[in-house]
Every structure is written in C-alpha cells, then in structure tokens.
Design a protein around this ligand. Structure first.
Ligand code: ATP
Ligand code: MG
Length: 194
C-alpha cells in the first residue's frame, strides 16, 4: 500500500491546450493545489504510441459509441444522418480514429502529477470531459466550450484541453507507456512534504 502522498496520475496537454498557450496555466493549477509535478516533457507522439494509449478493447470502443448516441438523443440529432448507422460498435471506432488524428495534430506535453488523491483531484481540476458542461473554475470550464454535437458535425474529436487518467491503475499503466520504467523525480515541496 502506497503512502497517500505518493498517488500519481498521468496528464497530457492536448493539441488545443498547447495551441491556446495554456501549458503554464495548467501546470499552475496543479501546483497551487499542492500537487507536485514529478515528470514533464513536450513531445510529438507517433501514431503507434497514441494507438496503444487509447484502449483497443471492444467494450471501451463501444462505450465511446454509446456516449455519442446518448448525446445525439438528448439534443434530438440524427445519428443516421451523421454516421450512416445507429450501431455503437461502428460509431465507436470512427470516433477513436478522429481522436488519434486530433492528438497527432500538434506537440503534446506529458507529465506525472503526484499528491493526495492525485487521480481524482486532477480530474476535478480538469472538469467535465465535455467542455460545454464543465463548471467554471475548472480548466475545461474556463478555457473551452466544445461539445460532441459540434465536434461530430465537423467529424472530429471533442477538443477538451487535457487528458488525465481515470483510475490509479490506469495512471500507472499510462505512466509506464509514455515515460518508461523510471520517469519520476524526487524532491520535497515546501509546505507539502515538510
Ligand atoms: P480523457 O480520457 O481524455 O481524460 P475522458 O476519460 O473523460 O477523457 P473518454 O470517454 O475516455 O473521456 O474519451 C476520450 C476522449 O475522446 C475525450 O477526452 C474526447 O476528446 C473524445 N471523445 C469522447 N467522446 C466523444 C464524442 N462523443 N465525440 C467526439 N469525441 C469524443
Ligand atoms: Mg478516458
């Protein structure tokens, strides 16, 4: 069992976050919440790296399709018109493809963020996945307004500024995937670690 202060999460600033000039702002919000940046780098991911980052199992992909259909239903949009189908297992892969294209469209910034309940707190600071729903005071709520309704009309992924792991297990998996075995640095934050 890890010490509570040692929980880690994986964060990636997406192309829209980098191109909006939000790198500093995003890091600032983690640091001001007493979370510690323990690894950090800008890089251009390959198609293969991204392909292996997003889950490939049918369940995850179909879930993407389901989520989209739910949005379409809510707003009275017609999935048949936009996708030519209402089958989530066909819509899901389409969205995954848009996601990879989007994620390759500019350099990314990857980091490991450490601290108490890092996974949940970072997701809270990030705000709702869908920027138009995200509360003010969150990164997505303050700097974006995209929605699947617009994104899917434009045949692209939702641009939501950052990616952050959903669970501690997913975090460890993603840290290993993007940084290799030994990515993190050790130092004591004033007022946090001593
Ligand atoms: P992330 O994993 O990026 O932190 P999340 O876990 O909240 O966000 P997922 O459901 O895992 O969201 O979706 C991964 C990404 O796919 C989202 O961040 C978004 O960029 C994109 N996405 C999700 N749903 C849709 C959709 N209906 N239409 C277009 N893009 C979508
Ligand atoms: Mg996710």
């Amino acid at each position: 069992m890890k010490h509570p202060k040692e929980e880690r999460t994986y964060v990636m600033i997406k192309p829209d976050g980098v191109r909006k000039g939000l790198i500093g702002e995003i890091i600032k919000r983690f640091e001001q919440r007493d979370l510690k940046i323990v690894a950090l780098e800008m890089f251009q991911p390959t198609h293969e790296e991204l392909d292996n980052h997003y889950p490939k199992n049918e369940e995850w992909i179909t879930r993407l399709g389901h989520k989209t259909l739910t949005t379409y239903e809510k707003y009275g949009y017609d999935a048949m018109t936009d996708f030519g189908t209402i089958d989530p297992s066909i819509i899901g892969p389409e969205i995954r493809k848009w996601l990879l294209d989007f994620m390759k469209s500019a350099p990314l910034v990857k980091m490991v963020v450490q601290g108490i309940h890092a996974v949940d707190v970072v997701r809270k600071i990030a705000g709702d996945t869908m920027p138009y729903k995200a509360d003010m005071g969150t990164i997505r709520g303050d700097f974006s307004i995209d929605s699947p309704a617009l994104a899917n009309k434009e045949k692209r992924a939702v641009m939501n500024v950052i990616h952050c792991s959903e669970t501690p297990e997913e975090a460890e998996h993603e840290i290993k995937h993007w940084f290799g075995a030994n990515p993190t640095h050790n130092y004591k934050r004033f007022g946090v670690d001593e």
